[in-house]
Design a protein around this ligand. Structure first.
Ligand SMILES: Cc1cc2nc3c(=O)[nH]c(=O)nc-3n(C[C@H](O)[C@H](O)[C@H](O)COP(=O)(O)OP(=O)(O)OC[C@H]3O[C@@H](n4cnc5c(N)ncnc54)[C@H](O)[C@@H]3O)c2cc1C
Length: 520
């Protein structure tokens, strides 16, 4: 189907995408300027955030990109199965947390777990997700001028040739952007009906779970377990290590991690750490998860299991045809210009391995594009701001207190609640999103910590469990990582929009006149 210069409206795009997702449109959807022939400056294999953003920048720089995408829309897994549903569920979890906690008070009625349906929310997402998809197809065609084929699997033939939609396309550079999927660890029974990962949970759920086990101990495990429990569905997390101690969350401050993990327990999530799953059992459908851990062997009944067991790269489209170097986990290795070991072949996004984050996908895609167009450009993701959701938004950047002490020695902290008070002793930090808890359940208002190198007075770590910190932290992180950094004195001179979670500005002002800084 040729849609080049067809000017499809959002409604037309939605219908087309919905029909294609239902299997009613199977032909490739081409937005290509055929008059210019099949030769491009770069072919982006995979039209997720890495491929789409890379293509947009290449086009802005005067190049001719082609994006090839097997789904009938651009944008990739984020709006289809990953970030967007996760944010919908996490927002629901936050609302449900308050509805459970304040049941029978103020305007809240009795909490009815039956009214909080996991299936209904998944159905809602499934029924509306083509809206954002349509926007990305429309924007890519009408505003960004990107040529693309969607609804077409691509196969890389060699370092400059790709087959898709029954045709061959060539380019002076390839950008591999095929993303990743859940790694299945090979647990006996993991293929039973009722065992899901984040993608099949969205695609295939057709019943209301009543007892859930989540396998894994990092972001996806914690986010989805918090949501399931908030709906009133009993949920157990089985983690082979300490919860939130590996990957990006491994950089979380110890005190904040305790606040988060204790908070999950207080809300009824059963957390089994240092525990291994030996078998998933059931007769035609999952019925139990068998585990062994510090308490010995145990059988946990469940009619729904979520595998949140890490990610593996999607390489089938190009490997071994293009034999790029890969690390021990199979992720493609690149230099800081996103060049693989094969000349002319770049890679971007989740294909490069952790951190698996949108900003990294977008920026690695655009870095590849710039370099292809001769604009020398580097991208390092060694130091990043990060976040996850429980029923809180948990955000961090820079160093934990422990890591800062190891690096700088002389550290001061600003912490709320302060270390000498228990969370229930004070209603602070209290701000937008936690005001109701401030006046009803002060132990639930949240946690903040700012870590400062006493000698240079530079802020070296910021940590927040509460609501609304992400926006502030992405800018604070930028300031912290400037050559001059961000000092407590500069922080104390900012104009805070009180009362918001003002991220230490007020406290920094209270302290910054001290010549010899002390903690508070
Ligand atoms: C549950 C969950 C929640 C998340 N939440 C967040 C969040 O809140 N914030 C955040 O920053 N990150 C989040 N992430 C991470 C984020 O989703 C990813 O980092 C990002 O989507 C990766 O983009 P990408 O372009 O590398 O891959 P993708 O978006 O997966 O794109 C790869 C594309 O390649 C296509 N493809 C693969 N093979 C072929 C082929 N042979 N031919 C044609 N096309 C092909 C696929 O169809 C896909 O569209 C989350 C991830 C998960 C799993």
């Amino acid at each position: 189907m040729d849609v080049y210069r067809a000017g499809l409206s959002m409604a037309q795009w939605r219908r087309l995408i919905d029909d294609a997702c239902r299997g009613q449109v199977t032909e490739p959807i081409r937005h290509i300027d055929e008059a210019r022939g099949p030769r491009f400056d770069a072919i982006f294999v995979g039209g997720g955030s890495a491929g789409r953003f890379g293509a947009a920048v290449l086009r802005s720089l005067g190049g001719r990109p082609l994006v090839l995408e097997r789904w009938p829309f651009l944008g990739g897994s984020c709006p289809h199965q990953a970030c967007v549903p996760h944010h919908l569920f996490s927002e629901a979890a936050r609302e449900l947390d308050q509805a459970q906690a304040l049941a029978g008070r103020l305007w809240y009625g009795k909490f009815d777990p039956k009214a909080a349906s996991i299936l209904e929310l998944v159905d809602l997402f499934r029924s509306k997700r083509s809206g954002p998809h349509a926007h990305m197809n429309w924007q890519s065609a009408e505003q960004l001028g990107i040529e693309y084929i969607v609804n077409a699997e691509a196969t890389v033939i060699d370092a400059s040739t790709v087959r898709a939609a029954g045709r061959m396309f060539t380019a002076r550079a390839l950008v591999l952007c095929t993303g990743s999927r859940t790694a299945r660890p090979g647990i006996p029974g993991e293929d039973l009906p009722g065992v899901f990962d984040y993608a099949s949970f969205i695609e295939d759920l057709n019943y209301e779970p009543s007892k859930i086990v989540v396998i894994g101990g990092s972001k996806v495990a914690v986010e989805y377990a918090s949501f399931y429990q908030a709906t009133g569905t009993p949920t157990t997390v089985v983690s082979r290590g300490a919860l939130l101690a590996a990957g990006g969350p491994g950089r979380m401050d110890d005190d904040m991690r305790h606040f988060v993990v204790d908070g999950m327990r207080a809300r009824g999530v059963e957390l089994l750490e240092q525990t291994i799953v030996t078998r998933i059992s059931g007769d035609g459908h999952v019925a139990a998860v068998e585990v062994t851990g510090p308490g010995g062997a145990r059988r946990i009944e469940a009619d729904f299991v979520l595998m949140a067991t890490g990610e593996q790269p999607n390489v089938a489209a190009f490997f071994p045809a293009v034999p790029v170097a890969r690390d021990a986990d199979g992720f493609v290795t690149v230099d800081d210009r996103m060049r693989t070991s094969v000349p002319g072949v770049y890679a971007a996004g989740d294909l490069l391995g952790p951190p698996l984050e949108m900003f990294k996908s977008r920026r690695s895609g655009t870095t590849a594009a710039r370099n292809i167009m001769g604009v020398d450009s580097e991208f390092s993701y060694a130091d990043i701001p990060d976040f996850l959701h429980t029923t809180y938004e948990v955000t961090w950047a820079g160093l934990s207190e422990r890591a800062a002490r190891e690096k700088f020695g002389d550290i001061v902290t600003i912490q709320v609640p302060p270390p000498d008070l228990a969370p229930g002793d004070t209603p602070l930090p209290m701000a937008e999103g936690s005001m109701l808890y401030g006046f009803t359940m002060p132990e639930r208002t949240g946690f903040q910590k700012c870590v400062i190198d006493a000698r240079s007075r530079r802020v070296v770590g910021i940590h927040h469990a509460g609501y609304g910190a992400k926006d502030a932290f992405q800018y604070l992180h930028h300031l912290m990582t400037r050559p001059g950094g961000l000092t407590i004195d500069e922080l104390g001179d900012m104009n805070e929009l009180y009362v918001s979670p003002d991220y230490f500005i007020g406290y920094a002002r209270l302290r910054s006149s001290q010549a010899e800084l002390t903690s508070m």
